[in-house]
Design a protein around this ligand. Structure first.
Ligand SMILES: Nc1nc2c(c(=O)[nH]1)N[C@H]1C(S)=C(S)[C@@H](COP(=O)(O)OP(=O)(O)OC[C@H]3O[C@@H](n4cnc5c(=O)[nH]c(N)nc54)[C@H](O)[C@@H]3O)O[C@H]1N2
Ligand SMILES: Nc1nc2c(c(=O)[nH]1)N[C@H]1C(S)=C(S)[C@@H](COP(=O)(O)OP(=O)(O)OC[C@H]3O[C@@H](n4cnc5c(=O)[nH]c(N)nc54)[C@H](O)[C@@H]3O)O[C@H]1N2
Ligand code: SF4
Ligand SMILES: [Mo]
Length: 708
């Protein structure tokens, strides 16, 4: 059999690296970085190589499963789709449309057919109970983009290739390969800042892999960043460093911002954050005086109790120093498809209605995932009795995982569009597995919109579609169609996703109206992708606010600032530790631990703790410890690490595969515990309801069972 070479984007994380995959028949012979990809330039990480494990994994589901007495039964697609549609319609006609919820997980954004076709299913369901991993992640980014720039997807990204000063707060791109900033080969790009005489500063409660590389690292107490950022803004005013330059005419409310930040003094910030006054003052001055600079904040500052205020303050710092919409600052990408400009659909809205139990606001038609369990568990009119999960694992990903387990178990109907029997799908009545990623074509709708360079790439499938299988988008289309038919509704089944990309390319900025004349055929002929140039200032020419201005202040931000100030006097018991997350380049969220290439070697799920904190509690390196939060207790192993700021512990999420009924081949020493059994569903960013998975207060003691 002859070998074939395929070029294909890696869909596993946000860096969208180009791969060169050699196959022989249905075997993968090798996976390498694609040197000719103009964006990723041959970069690759170990996860991409493990795509072979995913493709060949005997535990990956290939046929629909139905739960029957004593186990799972394989059924045909026709039976699966028709039974699921029947049961959904029966449930909704008995209890109303909102009785059925949908939770969409992270892989949806990495699988473009789910993005284009999710709406077919949602339309047929007509429920308000939509949830997604967005509210465990980046909802604050979208809220602030909506408020400042008029569109939730008008998200400026660091112009990393041209900046002279990069301030990274609560992000660890060396491990995560970047987020809300598509940046393949990030290490080289960060080092290039240093090589051209620039500076990288990291603010993080852990000396992360990115902090190791940085010119300066400052420890910050988890959840207190807003004090630091507000004090930086105050310092900009105090030291006359406010120079918005080209943005001047567009800004509304600069004086209001000045009054808002007035109470956030340096001494207060230093006391709350643990960063010294001098360090904050110097940092602010260096940032403002750099020829170009960008402040970028990620999970550590978004997924915490003041996530939206932090994101707001980060933008304000970039704006007031003239670094927004400026080369080397923060720029909005010009994507070939879904180019954000006035009139682009999905601008977003907040608070049009509220969740039934906790009254948290919808955002863009979704409720925060943190209320999903209570919406299932709380009886009364409007209670959720059914749920569809689309490529999501809320049991391991959302706060208070044991409550989520209990909620999912109570459902009358759970349908999982998923490829594994895992912690979430084990509760399902039906599991509907799609083709593997390499069996369908690929375009990165979401990530070209967030990329630090304008590029586009469309890849054909590496393997043909196996007989009797369905792509995710086909499952969504068919379910939508069958549900609509049973409800006597008109269903707008969409054509295949590639055709939608073709239309998007043609009407986009590099399409019919441009010199590039991009369309699907042209892009397919360029399997390494096409380089469309560096990011350019363009935000002010396409801002989506009605008055074309940037209105800096609004009531939500004012009330969050007031809440922050109030929190300054709150105190916690002296032995409180603050729990944060951690990512490792060989693991991604909850679902790659069956890839043997990735989990081999030493375990990576342990709790890291500073030696001083261990000593205070008479705990030894390697001991079993009990960690207690408001919601639960877990027992796990501790590892002493001076990477940690004293007072802070770190556990990565996505582990804890020992739950009953999970069908994965994970050795017991690699299973770990789920940190989200400890995180708290009542701990969230108040503006959005985005979960606060970082900075959770906990207490740690030596486990009664003693050393491991
Ligand atoms: N404590 C803590 N918790 C966190 C985080 C944290 O930092 N700390 N991070 C949060 C973040 S940023 C995120 S994005 C969420 C992720 O939260 P989720 O999206 O809920 O979880 P994932 O682990 O990504 O689960 C993905 C699911 O999709 C399935 N899957 C994978 N590929 C496909 C596919 O091609 N098709 C289909 N149909 N299914 C597929 C997998 O089997 C798995 O069940 O977790 C959040 N939870
Ligand atoms: N290898 C790998 N790559 C991934 C993923 C993965 O699981 N593994 N997940 C993908 C997903 S879904 C996402 S959303 C991105 C996330 O991408 P990142 O946000 O870059 O990833 P994290 O490792 O969560 O980085 C958060 C950093 O914030 C720090 N931190 C925690 N709490 C605080 C705080 O209160 N203040 C400050 N200043 N810092 C704090 C943590 O120590 C950590 O270094 O990564 C993506 N890429
Ligand atoms: S960095 Fe992300 S996109 Fe690149 S190879 Fe690794 S997992 Fe794939
Ligand atoms: Mo995420």
């Amino acid at each position: 059999m002859s070998q074939q070479t395929h070029y294909r984007a890696c869909h596993l994380c946000e860096a969208i690296c180009g791969l060169e995959i050699v196959t022989e028949g249905r075997e993968i012979v090798s996976i390498k970085g694609d040197d000719k990809d103009p964006f990723s330039r041959g970069h690759i990480c170990p996860k991409a190589i493990a795509l072979k494990d995913l493709q060949e994994d005997p535990d990956r589901l290939r046929r629909p499963l139905k739960k029957v007495e004593g186990g799972w039964q394989e059924i045909s697609w026709d039976q699966a789709i028709s039974e699921v549609a029947e049961r959904i319609v029966a449930l909704q006609s008995q209890h109303g449309d909102d009785t059925l919820g949908v939770y969409a997980g992270n892989p949806n954004v990495h699988n473009y057919g789910n993005l284009t076709h999710g709406r077919v299913l949602r339309k047929s369901l007509g429920t308000r109970n939509n949830f997604s991993a967005t509210s465990l992640d980046q909802l604050p980014h979208h809220l602030i983009a909506l408020q400042l720039f008029g569109h939730q997807f008008m998200v400026p990204v660091p112009d990393i290739d041209h900046t002279d000063f990069m301030l990274i707060i609560g992000g660890n791109p060396i491990a995560s390969n970047g987020s809300m900033m598509t940046v393949p080969d990030v290490k080289k790009r960060l080092k290039a800042i240093q090589q051209r005489g620039g500076k990288v500063v990291v603010i993080d409660p852990r000396r992360s892999e990115t902090a190791e590389l940085a010119d300066q690292h400052l420890f910050v107490r988890p959840g207190t960043d807003a004090f630091l950022l507000m004090a930086m803004i105050r310092e900009l005013f105090e030291q006359s460093l406010v120079h918005p330059g080209h943005l001047d005419d567009a800004l509304l409310g600069v004086d209001l911002v000045r009054s808002l930040v007035d109470p956030f003094t340096l001494p207060l910030a230093a006391e709350k954050t643990g960063v010294s006054e001098q360090a904050i003052r110097d940092l602010t001055r260096q940032f403002a005086q750099a020829s170009s600079a960008v402040c970028y904040g990620r999970m550590g500052v978004s997924v915490q109790q003041f996530g939206s205020l932090c994101q707001w303050a980060i933008h304000v710092i970039n704006i007031l120093t003239g670094n927004l919409d400026s080369v080397g600052g923060a720029l909005v990408p010009n994507s070939a498809v879904g180019h954000v400009q006035p009139g682009e659909p999905g601008a977003g809205h907040i608070g049009l209605y509220h969740s039934r139990v906790s009254q948290l606001p919808e955002f863009g038609g979704e409720f925060p995932a943190t209320v999903m369990a209570e919406e299932i568990l709380t009886s009364g009119e409007g209670q959720m009795r059914g749920l569809i999960t689309l490529a999501g694992n809320p049991v391991l990903s959302s706060p208070n995982g044991k409550k989520m387990d209990q909620a999912l178990e109570q459902l009358e109907l759970l349908v999982a569009v998923d490829i594994y029997v895992n912690e979430t799908t084990r509760h399902a009545d039906y599991i509907l597995p799609s083709t593997s990623p390499l069996e369908h074509d690929h375009y990165d709708i979401a990530f070209h919109r967030l990329a630090v360079r304008n590029t586009a790439r469309f890849n054909d499938p590496v393997f043909g579609k196996p007989e009797g299988s369905l792509h995710d988008w086909e499952i969504l289309n068919r379910l939508g169609q069958e549900i609509s038919q049973r409800k006597d509704m008109k269903c707008s089944v969409l054509p295949e996703p590639a055709l939608l990309i073709d239309m998007g390319l043609q009407k986009g900025p590099y399409g019919q109206q441009s010199e590039h004349q991009l369309n699907l055929a042209k892009l397919k002929a360029l399997p390494h992708g096409i380089d469309l140039g560096p990011l350019r200032p363009s935000l002010m020419s396409r801002i989506c606010t009605a008055d074309k201005k940037i209105n800096l202040l609004n009531e939500l931000i004012e009330s969050e600032a007031a809440r922050l100030l109030e929190s300054a006097t709150e105190s916690m018991p002296e032995d409180t530790l603050y729990l944060i997350g951690r990512r490792h380049v060989r693991s991604n969220n909850s679902w790659m631990h069956n890839f043997h290439r990735l989990v081999k070697g030493k375990p990576r799920w342990q709790c890291l703790m500073h030696p001083e904190d261990l000593k205070k509690r008479a705990i030894n390196d390697g001991d079993q410890i009990t960690i207690a939060s408001r919601v639960a207790e877990i027992e796990t192993q501790v590892v002493a690490s001076d990477e940690m700021m004293p007072g802070v512990i770190s556990i990565p999420h996505g582990w804890g595969h020992g739950r009953e009924g999970v069908r994965l081949q994970i050795a017991s020493q690699q299973q770990g515990q789920s940190v989200n059994d400890l995180t708290d569903d009542e701990y969230y960013d108040h503006s959005t309801g985005n979960a606060a998975l970082n900075g959770v207060p906990v207490r740690v003691t030596k486990a009664v069972s003693g050393a491991a």
